[in-house]
Design a protein. Sequence first.
Length: 159
Amino acid sequence: MFSYEMFICVLAITCLLEIPRGTAAASCEPIRIPMCRSMPWNMTKMPNHLHHSTQANAVLAIEQFEGLLGTQCSPDLLFFLCAMYAPICTIDFQHDPIKPCKSVCERAKCGCEPVMKKYNHTWPETLACEELPVYDRGVCISPEAIVKAEGPGYSCIYR
């Protein structure tokens, strides 16, 4: 016969075995962030690179950039923001969504930081380009990789 201690032990082991299956079930989900629906991907994974646990939280955060997007300061800004807030999710990268390439961030920052400075704002630390992968040294996403092969390096010249 089973003792009470044995029953508790079996119950605890069963519960522990169920936890990974429950958390592993989280997978790609359709993008519901309105400004990111035009991206060349339609599935994302939460939490995103900025640690938003839901798309509803990400929407509230990404909306702060609507005014900056309206200035058309960089053709890469929307792509970069969506890659951060609604990262592409594929079957091969469900556990670690793909980050945008460093060059995409640098181009967005190069175009938009001067506009931000006019209004006494700086490029957000949470969107730091330094931590992002380089195209030829890691897995990352860029508009060029989707449309065509990425060209030579990009340099920013502030005026």
